[in-house]
Write a protein that binds this ligand. Structure first.
Ligand code: NDP
Length: 590
């Protein structure tokens, strides 16, 4: 069992240097690539590149899609006009991790301001049936060394992760000053007092010396822009606002319901098997299929858990961040290859992996037409890969219908339900699995720095940060999960490194009789150039089918994305910056 628990998620690490014995001729790979390109072009023909086919302005008739269905437990409280030392906007893993590091540094005055009714962030909001994390729990759940907790499964379910978030908040005394059911609406730097003034939708005006934007990477739900969304007479909601009052806690109320779900991304892939088990009829409206790989899950072996030595998670994370051990033979083969050869081989290996995913669909899905529709025609990792063992078999159920919109998507909804290709799908309930706004800093919240400069206005000429964390003109403000930072499949690795960095910076300020720190224009410019230098080494992003990994097919400035160096390089930059603070920051003293 212990051995099994160390098995890597190897779908991302194919060795392309080895000459496979029975590899098809290169023309085969070229044909597959042509098919990839035609499927991408088909989609871009139906919708212009970019996010215009979505709306996250959930106001007016759409306001019901943003309402917190779990928030009834928020208690009335007095309006706050007080001061804290560190204020977090958002109460998910970003805030929890960083707060834990700040507590280790002796910081006492920490406030979380959270829109939901508790901590947890993503895991507070996403409670749809089947919700779980596809990153191995021993890696994904942070602070396991500190809390002594061992996840119950190889892949933890959403409920367990949410409970764990609350455990962290308890363990580090984060509930004392926290406020819930509260959305930060403005964060303004007061030059006079050199503090941030934070206003909320509950009428609060709080002050904080340090503010951490910890609002998450995928927090604000978005809907597809579809004619007639507001016409639908049945019930409807977004996956991140699951209406259990309507569905029943075990979806038992759906037994006599015709259910539709729009979208087949990672959320839908987890919810659809559960819906398929309970709904009288289920219609899945697909624009682009996800890649569905095997999910190798098991309960944690208590004997293995017993063997874990203190510091086991940190050691495990260091090994992972170090990257897979590459043998001398592989290194030598790589060194002997031209860049073109490497790219060609990487693409071929990627296509092989994708064809294995296609083969699994043929093996599992009984109806050949449905099987064809479920096949993703793009390179693996163009979209977020999914792992599930029940998703594909769900389409063998007699009550489940895949409506393949062949790249077009649903464009019309009437009072009865979606229409596609002249067919009206009559539904009782329609679920939007249409995702979230991506990596925006300051959602719901206007951030105004020195000289009254709005952060979004500053970014309109291109995102400018140091490490994706600091932005010049916004002293004592730290950004987590934003662009220009490294982005890892295991997001908590990034958040943990950012949390450690932020805690070190705040500690540096406190220990050195400094009041505020702001990165220099030069340091910021160097980082922007570092981000640019590491982006766009191949055309892969452009060649991908549209999705949020490639800005829905839109061209964008080279600086307006994630830092594409390695995690090790990112950590190296962080350490170098912290070792030479005066080279990168200006300080004020009071
Ligand atoms: P996504 O943004 O990934 O998916 C949105 C879906 O809506 C896509 O399938 C999109 O199609 C589809 N869509 C949009 N408009 C239409 C339309 N008009 N008609 C039909 N379909 C439409 O959102 P998710 O909530 O699924 O996932 C967001 C992210 O959250 C994931 O990528 C992942 O990072 C994270 N997550 C992780 C999980 C895990 O650990 N397993 C589980 C859930 C979420 P198209 O592809 O054509 O654009």
């Amino acid at each position: 069992m212990a051995e099994k628990q160390e098995k890597p998620q190897n779908v991302f690490n194919f060795d392309y240097t080895r000459d496979a014995e029975e590899r098809p001729p290169q023309e085969y790979y070229e044909q597959v690539k042509e098919k990839f390109a035609s499927e991408r072009d088909l989609r871009l023909g139906y919708r212009p590149p970019g996010t215009d086919n979505y709306t996250s302005d959930l106001s007016g008739d759409l306001a019901k899609y943003a309402v917190d269905p779990y928030g009834h437990q928020v208690e009335d409280r007095e309006v706050l006009n007080d001061s804290v030392e560190v204020l977090f906007i958002g109460g998910g893993f970003s805030a929890l991790l960083t707060s834990a590091r700040l507590r280790e540094k002796g910081v006492e005055s920490i406030r979380i301001v959270e829109r939901g009714a508790d901590v947890g962030g993503t895991w507070y909001w996403n409670r749809y049936p089947g919700v779980a994390c596809d990153v191995v729990a021993y890696d994904y759940l942070p602070l396991l060394d500190e809390t002594g907790y061992v996840p119950s499964r190889h892949y933890a379910g959403g409920q367990e992760i949410y409970e764990y978030c609350k455990m962290i908040a308890e363990r580090f005394d984060l509930y004392d000053l926290a406020v819930f059911g509260t959305t930060v609406t403005s964060t303004v730097w007061d030059e006079e007092s050199e503090t941030w003034i934070v206003e909320t939708d509950q009428g609060d005006t709080m002050r904080a010396r340090f503010v951490v934007c910890a609002n998450g990477t995928l927090s604000k739900p978005r809907l597809a822009k579809i004619d007639g969304v507001d016409q639908f007479a049945g019930h409807s909601f977004h996956t991140s606002r699951w209406d259990y009052q309507y569905t029943g806690s075990d979806l038992e109320n759906l037994r006599d319901k015709r259910v539709g779900i729009i979208g087949t991304g990672a959320s839908a892939v987890q919810a659809i098997p559960e819906l398929g088990k309970m709904a009288k009829e289920l219609y899945v409206f697909q624009r682009t299929p996800s890649s569905i790989d095997v999910r190798d899950d098991w309960e944690t072996d208590p004997e293995w858990a017993e063997t874990l030595e203190p510091g086991w998670q940190a050691a495990r994370r260091s090994r992972a961040i170090e990257g897979p051990q590459v043998s001398d033979a592989v290194k030598a083969r790589r060194a002997a290859m031209s860049r073109e050869e490497k790219v060609r081989r990487q693409e071929n290996a990627n296509i092989d992996a994708m064809m294995r995913i296609h083969n699994r669909i043929d093996e599992v899905v009984e109806d050949s037409g449905t099987a064809e529709s479920l096949k993703p025609w793009y390179m693996l990792m163009c979209k977020r890969p999914c792992f599930h063992n029940e998703y594909l078999p769900t389409f063998n159920r007699p009550n489940v219908t895949l409506v393949d919109t062949e790249g077009q998507g649903i464009t019309q909804i009437t009072q009865d339900g979606p229409v596609f290709d002249g067919v009206q799908y009559e539904l009782d309930v329609l679920i939007y699995a249409t995702g979230f706004e991506v990596q925006q800093t300051g959602i719901y919240n206007q951030i105004i720095g020195e000289e009254g400069l709005d952060l979004n206005a500053k970014y309109s000429d291109g995102i400018r940060t140091l490490l994706g964390i600091h932005s010049q003109g916004y002293p004592n403000l730290f950004i987590m999960g934003g662009y220009q930072a490294f982005f890892a499949f295991n997001l908590t690795d990034v958040l943990n490194s950012q949390g450690e960095h932020i805690a070190e910076c705040i500690d540096f300020v406190r220990q050195n009789d400094i009041h505020s720190l702001d990165c220099t224009h030069q340091a910021e410019e160097q980082w922007v150039q570092e981000v640019i230098a590491h982006r766009g080494k191949t055309n892969r992003n452009r060649d991908c089918t549209p999705g949020y990994y490639n800005f829905e097919g839109a061209d964008n400035r080279r600086q307006d994305g994630n830092y594409n160096g390695t995690m090790k390089q990112y950590l190296g930059h962080m350490s170098e910056i912290r070792e030479n603070m005066a080279d990168h920051f200006v300080f004020t003293h009071r």
